[in-house]
Ligand binder design. Structure first.
Ligand code: ADP
Ligand code: MG
Length: 302
């Protein structure tokens, strides 16, 4: 088991008082390990933003306890809490929040300047390496207005990563993006998660995006309805699962696939599949299937 970095115990958040009281979170118990890639899902108003804000210390719980690497946050003094916020957590927002008068690389440098780093050359080098990690080297000197929404969010992710946080909190990071770009952004976060072991916790409404998560925490009316872990271990495994599903579907459709077995790598579906044991390449197999399936249905049945 990886190291537990963050735990929440009995966390409750109540906004307002009396008649206007809203229980945004109720008795939340959660534990996060280093390197997790987790989604928080649930309908609007279920408490996702409140949960992320409390974890990021943008808000404090009404009751309950948060601990960072075993140390209760209540017992931390202001300096320690500020250090947690500055060093260990980063935010990615739905609306990117880039500074329009700064270039891509200057936006990414910002957290390092705020942190008090002085060495300009080192700052630039670090920022450029992260800009490269998010695939925007060629846009390093552009301004946010010259970028697409997906590219802006990549910059925001780079900015969140530059101080090498332990955990990145992303509140609906893909809500303003089309579904293809949204998928790419989540895959990028997953790649970085696998490469750097940075923990990611993001909220989303999009079922296709939550599919990419390794853990899915479902909130309803401020409570945890479900907490599914170990869905798949890596992006590669996820992609393989996707292809297998497609391949299995193809096999079910095509009796030829279903019935024969060999250990070859299927070039059509990119996974090992059962094909004829007579040494045919899959291309030939596919051609034969095409001939067979391109025939009119009535002939096929006969
Ligand atoms: P989600 O992000 O899942 O949409 P939120 O965490 O934003 O949910 O909100 C959870 C509940 O808390 C909602 O009923 C919301 O209206 C309420 N809420 C959130 N922030 C505040 C606030 N600052 N003051 C009062 N009520 C709030
Ligand atoms: Mg929200």
């Amino acid at each position: 088991m990886a190291e537990i970095i963050l735990s929440l115990s009995d966390v409750t958040k109540i906004y307002g008082k009396g008649e206007t009281e809203v229980i945004a979170l109720k008795d939340i118990d959660l534990v996060f390990e280093q390197g997790e890639f987790a989604a928080v899902v649930g309908p609007s108003g279920s408490g996702k933003t409140t949960l992320l804000n409390i974890i990021g210390c943008l808000d404090s719980p009404t009751r309950g306890e948060l601990s960072w690497r075993g140390a209760p946050m209540k017992s931390m003094n202001r300096t320690q809490l500020a250090a947690y916020r500055r060093t260990h957590v980063s935010f990615v927002f739905q609306s990117y929040n880039l500074i329009p008068v700064l270039t891509v690389v200057e936006n990414v440098e910002m957290p390092l300047l705020i942190e008090g780093m002085h060495d300009r050359a080192a700052i630039r080098e670090r920022a450029l390496s992260i800009v490269e990690m998010v695939g925007l080297s060629d846009k390093a000197n552009r301004y946010p207005t010259e970028l697409s929404g997906g590219q802006e969010q990549r910059v925001a992710i780079a900015r969140a990563l530059v101080k090498k946080p332990s955990i990145v909190l992303a509140d609906e990071p893909t809500a303003n993006l089309d579904s293809h770009t949204a998928g790419e952004i989540i895959k990028l976060m997953r790649e970085i998660n696998e490469k750097t072991q940075t923990t990611f916790l993001f909220s989303t409404h999009d079922p296709r995006i939550m599919e990419l998560a390794q853990r899915v925490i479902t909130l309803r009316d401020g409570q945890i309805e479900r907490d599914e872990r170990g869905r798949h271990e890596s992006l590669e495994q996820r992609t393989l699962q996707d292809r297998r599903k497609k391949c299995t579907a193809a096999q079910t459709e095509n009796p030829h696939h279903r019935n024969r077995a060999h250990g070859r790598h299927c070039r059509f579906h990119h996974v090992p599949v059962a094909l004829g044991g007579d040494g045919q390449s899959h291309d030939r197999c596919r051609d034969r299937l095409r001939q067979q399936f391109d025939k009119p249905a009535i002939q096929r049945i006969s």
